[in-house]
Write a protein that binds this ligand. Structure first.
Ligand SMILES: [Zn+2]
Ligand SMILES: [Zn+2]
Length: 307
């Protein structure tokens, strides 16, 4: 609470800002900050405190990615340890071992610090070059950000379908994509378990979408980008979870891919190339074996129940 109070108070008291941090305070020189909400005030203080928008954005972006990635993966690790949930596991006889989870965490963390960190760091100057807002306040409306996120989802899914399909071409599969397919029964943490080239290639669908939006379509604030990346990480981790529940999203939104779709891809090493939606696989006929397989499973389950 004390921290929050110190963050939200003294916004206009420039006398309290140390000399060394004047550069940060200068970002808001002449702007009336009195009408901001709590989050926007915290945002302003973050940038003033760091005194350098490139560092402030870089640190925040990296922390956001780590907190969301591992924060979303932990519930799946717990679920894997509770036998009650096996009834909804898509491949119930393949439960990831603790060793699998550890070595996956190790490699993902290693890649985050070596390959993704410089990329995340470079994102701010690049995004700003194309006109993205970062330290600025107030934030755009929720409606505006939701509209942008919807566009990013469609773009990313299309990008992912094309390049994921390409990665299944023999030479590319052998050299690059095979690593992601090491776990034929995936689990949440395995979402980013992939060759660095694949991380960069498919990652462009996620970070390239807002950059292209800023360059060609209109104004965008990095807060909307963070919300988008959070949604995208949830989608990627959940689709690797290995669980299909009665309350899973694709039960209510039939165009949503979900774990039920992507788990098949890992189990059979073919079809279901999209990330978020089902339309591209349907249009290109890369979901026929998947539908036949799921129909067969459903019939077997029904027959077993009838016995
Ligand atoms: Zn694949
Ligand atoms: Zn996968």
């Amino acid at each position: 609470m004390e921290v929050l109070q110190s963050i939200t108070s003294n916004l206009n008291a420039s006398a309290l800002i140390p000399q060394a941090e004047v550069q940060g305070a200068d970002l808001y020189a002449g702007q009336d900050l009195s009408g901001l909400n709590l989050l926007e005030k915290a945002w302003v203080n973050w940038y003033i405190w760091w005194g350098n928008p490139v560092i402030a954005t870089g640190v925040m972006s990296f922390l956001m990615h780590e907190v969301v990635y591992f924060g979303r993966s932990i519930p799946w690790i717990i679920i894997d340890h509770i036998p009650y949930f096996r009834q909804w596991k898509l491949q119930p006889h393949k439960i990831p071992s603790d060793w699998d989870q550890w070595r996956c965490t190790y490699l993902v963390l290693l890649q985050h610090f070596t390959i993704e960190l410089p990329q995340i760091w470079g994102f701010h100057p690049l995004a700003e070059y194309f006109g993205m807002l970062t330290y600025q306040v107030p934030f755009p409306s929720v409606w505006q950000m939701a509209k942008q996120i919807a566009i990013f989802f469609v773009f990313e899914d299309t990008w992912h379908f094309v390049f994921h399909r390409a990665l299944h071409w023999g030479p590319l599969y052998k050299r690059i994509h095979k690593q992601h397919h090491e776990f034929s029964a995936p689990f949440g943490l395995a979402a980013e378990y992939a060759h660095p080239i694949e991380v960069g290639l498919t990652g462009f669908g996620t970070v390239g979408a807002p950059i292209l939006y800023a360059a060609f379509l209109g104004e965008i604030h990095i807060v909307g980008v963070y919300l988008w990346i959070t949604c995208r990480l949830f989608q990627a981790i959940d689709s690797h979870s290995g669980y299909h529940f009665p309350w899973s999203l694709n039960n209510f939104l039939p165009f949503w891919a979900g774990a039920e779709h992507h788990d098949y891809h890992h189990e059979k090493f073919t079809e279901c190339y999209s990330s978020s939606f089902r339309h591209w696989d349907w249009l290109f006929g890369t979901d026929k074996k998947y539908h036949a397989y799921r129909a067969k499973q459903a019939a077997q389950k029904k027959a077993k129940k009838a016995q």
